[in-house]
Design a protein around this ligand. Structure first.
Ligand code: SAH
Ligand code: SF4
Ligand code: F3S
Length: 438
């Protein structure tokens, strides 16, 4: 039996794409290899978001050379966002000639065909296409879990935040029809799936360009009716498009988890303008007030970039101010890194390494303190947890997530996919610990 192994970098979109690659390979009769050393096909699904993602990728490619030498018949395929960057593909073609197949984000569906071309021919197969407006619904998906699944609702992005490469690697924003999404979720529910995570770079603008009367709030309401599904999550929400209608839908749909990922990026109005984010600090804070007024127990997470070109100490203090006011349940913090082809990459850059590090450390310290306080409040409460399996950090414990998306390690005897009640008896900033109640 021929086997495959997929290494996935980057975000949930890429994870979902890797599930599609797995789905196509299984249709062709391949099975998942137990480990990377013993595979017939190795696929690297890349991400372009940060400089160190590039470095890590080329580091990995170098190390795969050894595997290729020992197993010359193994097919090495690289795909994903980095392959939509011409300069990266050029480097691979010139310096990493042992790569067998290169494909991009828009021709994922052709992978089985490209694979056959490589197997039947002598030469490497490279095929990258620029943006296309077609959504390929026919691709089979092999979901990583039975009890929870990613469901993409939009692809691409039209926002062009000045630091971001995603609009270039993923193309223009396209929405799937509500019929296709509802059918996918119904079929997942029939197979026992309990939680869905709706994916889009900006789910709030779902429906744009579709020939039907739909928007994200309506989609949530329809998904909420599907029997079997018990939890609905979604990401990412762009603050500029978060409407009252959508906040109402989150509040009113019982299956929709009271949890939102609302990237701030910066708390400074001049930086937000330079980032082309199209909202102000004041508007952002008013959204948080609205959310908490309507849904008092909502948990909120965010993304923040430190050191965008021209960020001053005063700008940074505005970011800290928002973090202090909002008290995020979690925050992904990034140090700005210029991405080739973006507008921000051409802006002059004068922030020193030591200033960057200092700002980053202050932000992390503030955020970790907030998370410690928030986690502490869970101690003594009973939480509904959807079991994911055994904990990765402590094999004697199970792990899962609360509806508020807190990670919980717990003692008990539930199985993957079981929804159980857990008494929380301990908390760290990053996770809770507890015991399952009978
Ligand atoms: N569509 C989502 C984000 C996708 S990228 C949104 O609009 O929020 C995930 C995160 O990576 C971004 O929110 C941003 O914080 C970070 N990011 C993107 N480009 C970056 C860059 N050039 N440097 C540092 N962080 C970046
Ligand atoms: Fe990038 Fe902005 Fe689009 Fe998010 S909304 S993917 S940060 S361009
Ligand atoms: Fe995601 Fe990275 Fe592409 S964050 S969309 S995999 S550039």
């Amino acid at each position: 039996m021929q086997t495959y192994y997929i290494v996935t970098m980057g975000c949930q979109m890429n994870e979902n794409d890797s599930e599609k690659i797995a789905g196509m390979l299984e249709m062709e009769g391949y099975t998942k290899a137990a480990n990377i050393e013993n595979t017939d096909i190795l696929v690297i699904n890349t991400c372009s978001i940060r400089e160190n993602a590039n470095n890590r990728f080329f580091g990995n490619l170098g190390s795969f050379k050894t595997i290729k030498k020992e197993k010359p018949d193994m097919i090495l395929a690289v795909c994903g966002c980095m392959m939509q960057q011409e300069e990266i593909v050029d480097i691979i073609r010139n310096k990493y000639r042992y790569v067998d197949i290169i494909f991009g984000t828009h021709n994922l569906y052709k992978f089985p065909q490209l694979l056959n071309e490589r197997i039947n021919g002598k030469k490497p197969v490279y095929e990258i296409i620029k943006d296309t407006s077609v959504i390929h619904e026919e691709i089979p998906i092999k979901h990583e879990y039975n009890h929870k699944a990613y469901v993409s609702i939009t692809f691409g992005c039209d926002n062009f935040c000045t630091y971001c490469i995603v609009p270039y690697t993923r193309g223009r924003e396209k929405s799937r029809t509500s019929e296709n999404i509802l059918n996918e979720v119904k079929s997942l529910a029939n197979k026992g799936c309990k939680e869905i995570m709706l994916l889009g770079q900006n789910v709030n603008s779902y429906g744009k360009g579709l020939n039907e009367d739909i928007d994200f709030s309506k989609l949530l309401r329809r998904l909420n009716e599907i029997d079997g599904i018990q939890r609905i999550r979604f990401m990412t929400s762009h603050p500029k498009d978060l409407s009252d209608k959508m906040i109402d839908a989150i509040e009113e749909c019982d299956k929709v988890c009271k949890n939102i990922h609302l990237p701030l990026q910066s708390g400074s109005n001049s930086i937000l303008k330079a980032m082309n984010r199209k909202y102000t600090k004041e508007h952002y804070l008013s959204l948080i007030d609205k959310l908490r007024d309507k849904i008092p127990d909502i948990t909120i997470s965010t993304d923040i970039i430190v050191g965008f070109p021209s960020e001053t100490e005063e700008d940074f203090m505005h970011t800290l101010d928002v973090v202090e006011k909002v008290k995020y349940d979690s925050a992904f913090t990034f140090i700005y890194s210029p991405r080739n082809g973006t507008i921000a990459a051409k802006m002059p850059y004068e922030i020193s390494e030591s200033t960057l590090k200092d700002r980053f450390d202050r932000l992390i310290k503030l955020q970790h303190g907030i998370m410690a306080d928030l986690s502490e409040k869970y101690v003594g409460t009973v939480q509904e947890v959807l079991t994911d399996g055994f904990s990765k950090t402590d094999k004697n414990m199970l792990c899962g997530r609360t509806r508020s998306n807190k990670l919980v390690n717990f003692l008990g005897n539930s199985r993957e996919g079981d929804i159980v009640n857990v008494l929380i008896n301990n908390a760290t900033p990053f996770h809770l610990k507890g015991e399952m109640l009978k």
